[in-house]
Ligand binder design. Structure first.
Ligand SMILES: Nc1ncnc2c1ncn2[C@@H]1O[C@H](COP(=O)(O)OP(=O)(O)OP(=O)(O)O)[C@@H](O)[C@H]1O
Ligand SMILES: [Mg+2]
Length: 200
């Protein structure tokens, strides 16, 4: 059974839309499931989220704060839940840091890999659902939002690099991912998730 599952993909890809139903489907099969998110998941992490999503800062500071929040998240929430036999589903995890800080902000991949080794000590999700959308679709879905955070306000070239960063991570660790065509309708994406659930 896959115990640590992450949802990844660009802003507007549909992660949050499908996460609760996916968790409920696993609960219906008798699993204990906790749902969490990054940045966030702890009191400290949520405070860091506020700062990270609103405040401009250097690339290094941004990456370090992401991993600081992740260290706390692992220690306080993820590791204890996995040790207790629960399934953990996180709305974003370190692939997002590689996509946004690594690829989109053009940071050195090796620096992030060093932080990843330090903070995660070899722990990786058992399964990552990558909601793949085009930049055009992502933009269209965010168009109705009244307030956009620091990342959502970025231009299309930034999001093209985010998407390329996710694809680079998938290429580096292909066995960990299920790639969904998230440009489809909500119903069709839900069907793709059903198929994945049946393979768990
Ligand atoms: N397949 C879809 N077709 C059309 N609209 C969709 C689809 N999936 C999600 N949406 C809509 O797009 C918007 C963004 O979806 P959602 O919040 O689930 O994205 P997200 O991946 O969680 O984004 P973020 O990274 O910003 O949290 C919502 O208004 C949602 O209703
Ligand atoms: Mg979301």
């Amino acid at each position: 059974m896959k115990k640590f599952i992450t949802f990844e993909g660009m802003d507007g890809a549909g992660k949050s839309t499908h996460l609760a139903n996916f968790a409920d489907a696993l609960r219906a099969r008798g699993h204990e499931v906790i749902v969490t998110r990054e940045p966030g998941g702890t009191a400290l992490g949520e405070q860091l989220r506020e700062i990270l999503l609103q405040q401009k800062m250097s690339n290094d500071a941004e990456a370090l704060l992401m991993f600081a929040a992740r260290a706390e998240h692992l220690a306080q929430v993820i590791q204890p839940a996995l040790a207790a036999g629960k399934i953990v589903i996180s709305d974003r995890f370190s692939d997002a840091t590689f996509a946004y800080q690594g690829s989109a902000r053009c940071m050195d991949w090796a620096k992030l890999q060093a932080l990843e080794s330090w903070v995660q000590q070899g722990l990786q999700p058992d399964l990552t659902l990558f909601f793949d959308v085009t930049v055009a679709v992502s933009k269209q879905r965010l168009a109705n939002n009244v307030s956009l955070d620091k990342f959502e306000q970025e231009q299309s070239d930034f999001f093209e690099r985010v998407r390329a960063g996710y694809h680079r991570r998938v290429a580096e660790h292909p066995s960990r991912y299920a790639v969904l065509d998230a440009t489809q309708t909500i119903e069709k994406v839900a069907l793709q998730l059903r198929t994945i659930l049946d393979t768990l």
